[in-house]
Design a protein around this ligand. Sequence first.
Ligand code: KIV
Ligand code: NA
Length: 264
Amino acid sequence: PVKRITAPQIAARKAATPIVALTAYTAPMAALVDAHADVILVGDSLGMVVHGLPSTIGVTLEMMILHGQAVMRGSNRAMVVIDMPFGSYEESPAIAFRNAARVMAETGAGAVKLEGGARMAPTIRFLVDRGIPVMAHIGLTPQATNTMGGFKTQGRDPATWPAFVEDARAVADAGAFSIVVEGVMEALADQITDAVTVPTIGIGASARCDGQILVLDDMLGLSGRVPRFVRRFGDLGASADQAIAAYADAVRDRSFPAEAELYR
Ligand code: KIV
Ligand code: NA
């Protein structure tokens, strides 16, 4: 069997060839991503993207495990990282370990990701010391949407930058093998990347990050309104719409099914 990319291998990619990361939530999409990416993130964005929730707040551990299992079945090369959902890790390092251990054991994934900077450092240390690789996530952290008052670009005021750089240092010192840097001013993302020896993976951050990540459905053109930082590399939404409309027409005018599609 093909060996998967490991957390230490990703950690070693600082200032090297950029790390290619994308989300996936299902087995067939994971197979498509696996052919090209280094990291597949089972993001809690699946709450909004797949389940139609208004935010990631309502995502459960069970949802993450179910989608994590599907993504593991559909891939065999990339490292699979699974988001810890809101409420499953913030309370204490012990509770975080218990839930992260379930995610690792029930999915077979290579790591978990959790949101938060300096305040989550003791938890990251606790998990890493006990065998669970952790990807950190700082800057715009969507699980904090209610305290932030929406999804807002972080670091617009340079006076706030030292705190973000401190967050990056704290999670790196705690043993995180990489850091997602989301929704920050480009110059702040560059400061963060220069401040730590582990790779940064940017989304709405900077081309100088050590890797990039996007939500798969967003970059494929399958979602509605997307933030400025999303480039639509495809237009699958439009092509799905065309195909569904053509099917509806063919059913209504009885041109489907045709002879070749029937058993006679
Ligand atoms: O949930 C998610 O998809 C994420 C990425 C956008 C980093 O956390
Ligand atoms: Na997430």
